[in-house]
Design a protein around this ligand. Structure first.
Ligand SMILES: CC(C)(COP(=O)(O)OP(=O)(O)OC[C@H]1O[C@@H](n2cnc3c(N)ncnc32)[C@H](O)[C@@H]1OP(=O)(O)O)[C@@H](O)C(=O)NCCC(=O)NCCS
Length: 160
């Protein structure tokens, strides 16, 4: 398996493919659109941690997972993971954890004091919540009814 921290035009298709495969974004096409918008921005303005840094994981020339993260503007050293997804046929094999650990390594090298991410509180996301907890994140805040009525936004964090 190989990490790749460059982004190419064909990654737009890989991102769409990976996100669609999860089944998590059916009925929420604007989420996939938002992910593609960030990717186009990285293609145009550079794949940097100050903008949107994309990191892909490849196996046998296939892109099997990716993440996107950046420093949060107006903070000194707080970083956010915007996206993390593993192709459905590769889930549960440690790929998500590999990607997450690589992000942690990169942001720590960049001087991060804190890493956060947002995820949904609804039942579909219970495995995702367990994933982040098992990778060392803690639930630090909860915004009630953020995504929709009854669907809270959970903010997970890790302090360095
Ligand atoms: C969440 C996601 C990125 C995890 O990636 P993954 O490759 O499947 O997870 P891993 O195999 O690396 O699992 C790492 C740890 O999380 C735990 N975990 C993963 N999936 C889990 C599940 N369904 N239920 C409980 N725990 C789970 C594992 O037990 C493992 O712990 P261990 O290392 O102690 O054994 C992936 O499942 C995914 O893309 N989900 C859909 C999209 C999504 O929710 N993205 C995040 C949006 S905020």
């Amino acid at each position: 398996m190989l990490f790749r921290n460059e982004i190419f035009e064909q990654d737009l298709e890989s991102i769409k493919d990976i996100l669609s495969s999860t089944g998590f974004f059916e009925g929420a096409p604007d989420e996939i659109d938002a992910a593609l918008k960030s990717a186009r921005q990285a293609l145009k303005d550079g794949n940097t941690i100050e903008n949107h840094a994309f990191l892909f994981l490849e196996q046998d020339a296939e892109t099997i997972g990716y993440t996107c993260f950046s420093r949060i503007p107006c903070t000194l050293s707080t970083y956010e993971i915007h996206w993390l997804a593993v192709h459905n046929n590769q889930r549960g094999r440690g790929i998500g954890k590999l990607l997450l650990n690589e992000v942690i390594k990169i942001v720590r090298q960049a001087g991060a004091s804190k890493l956060i991410l947002k995820t949904a509180g609804r039942d579909l996301y219970i495995p995702t919540q367990k994933f982040y907890l098992s990778c060392g994140f803690k639930e630090e805040a909860r915004l009630k009814n953020y995504y929709s009525k009854g669907d809270d936004c959970l903010i997970y964090s890790m302090d360095f």
